[in-house]
Ligand binder design. Sequence first.
Ligand code: ADP
Ligand code: MG
Length: 630
Amino acid sequence: MSQEGKINVAVENIFPLIKKFLYSDHEIFLRELISNATDATLKLKHLALIGEASVEVGEQQIEVKINKEEGTLHIIDQGLGMTEEEVQKYINDIAFSGAEEFLEKYKDSAKDSGIIGHFGLGFYSAFMVASKVEILTKSYKDEPAVHWSCDGSPNYTIEPGTKENFGTEIILHISDDEKEFLEESKITELLTKYNKFMPVPIKFGMKTETLEKPEGAKEEDKAPTKEVDNIINNPSPAWTKQPTELEDQDYKNFYRELYPMQFEDPLFHIHLNVDYPFNLTGILYFPKMTQDLNVQKDRIQLYQNQVFVTDNVEGIVPEFLTMLRGVIDSPDIPLNVSRSYLQSDGAVKKISSYITRKVADKLKSLFNEDRKAFEEKWNDIKIVIEYGMLSEDKFFEKSDAFALYPTVDGSYYTWDELMEKIKPTQTDKDGKTVVLYTSNKEAQHSYLAGAKAKGYEVLLLDSPIISHLMQKLEQSKENVTFARVDADSVDNLVKKEEEQISKLSDEEKEALQKSITETIGDSSYSVQVEAMSSDSAPFMITQPEFMRRMKEMQATGGGGGMMGFGNMPDMYNLVVNGNHELVQEIFNAKAGKKKDRLIKQSVDLAKLSQGLLKGEALTQFVNRSYELIK
Ligand code: ADP
Ligand code: MG
């Protein structure tokens, strides 16, 4: 006794629409069908648990099978199955989501059962790859089996089936242009991508397992083997467990499971676990970071009830945390909306700030529990923390508890410790505390040596975004300014040494300044003659801190782009120590070739120590030097 009918949709032919618009990725059909099979399995488990289904559920599994001869792909579950009435209702009325109805009906008891579906269109994604779809199903209720079949036109047939055990088998007759879905390797790939952590064991084929050799076996005897089900997933991944159930090693093992190609252990992990006001679980890992901000994204995987959704979590986790790795699982993230909408969604905002807070708390406790270990990791994690301080105000506020400021000598200070340390000695004429730093110990060596000789504390700040962060610190901390060791503002530091008596009068200084300016003939250098102690360098090149930093900030994006600092030529100060013997000699030399040569040679030496002597100028300098020593 067979019936015929038409699927209840307003649009005469919905299939071309599904194929085109429902999902841009054809491959997700398998995820949808396995989600349905999982739902059916979990539903039955739940009904059995609350005593509404009187069946033996046992160890249920889902099986995926390829039949090459028939050109079919089978998804078989041992879930609750469907009666004929239910097939009519759930399959024929497209977009009537059975999952949602189930959750509505069993609201309170089913909340934690992990049921996946909610769009009510998942099943029809099968038509993206199949020319014909069959459902063989038998309900756990004592009712006849059903056989539903549809060839892709809106016409279906429904007739009594022969299935004996409860559960459902979906048969896809793969279309000619989608034959790749009959390849074992393709299906394995999809199952590992989308279903690796789904809660019901998924069997795909068999595999050979090696057994222990029997007692008394000889060396050359082969170990016996056994064919076993090839289960492709881990139904209870670490993030679904309580942190108290897990050891450090379990977290590391799970990291391996997520990133099989990653050989280095993560530095530490953060277990996320909330159920109010939204549901979210997950584990985030801090891997060793490099300095490159761009290569490290797309490594956090987003799941919903253990179904893989995407590895693009932009808009869901704060940008600075997209450099981390790990898993986030939340059924509360709306995914059928655009990414730009996501960012304005209230629930997503809450999720994002929860994650930020958890990360800050974890960093704080790591710092407090073992400061030394934390300091050792600083270089590998600072990029994330500095980026976070820069981009998230909440994180910035909390960062005082764990952000470190390393000195060139290998000490690590918190902000408060740093201030306490340098306030008494590093203050400028305006009463601001000056944080001295170098971005490159080698390149700025002579300046660094100068600063250290004066007893100053110098930080080593070398992240690509550090100039932005300094700007932010200067704005939000009171009375603080940063100066690179070769910056002109270092001169503004209140000198600890005695005021020097100038060996040159003001007129003489002016004359010297004029003749040096004329000799070097380069308008990007402004010459100033100062009275410094006679053992300070005779010539020194400094750069305005502000200008240099603006240029750096433009190079790394953002920060005063409108002001066009990027186009400005570099500006330098040539500081001449009027009290130095060499400078005295230059001053006293008669105008002419010798004087010019002395000035040129000295200025070139100053440039050389700042890494500014290049190309033809460098060649000339070298030639001139040979002339001088021969
Ligand atoms: P959703 O999963 O969002 O509810 P689907 O289109 O994926 O929507 O499925 C529609 C309905 O069909 C499901 O809610 C469920 O009631 C029923 N269904 C689909 N697949 C199965 C299955 N394998 N076993 C039992 N019922 C199923
Ligand atoms: Mg579904």
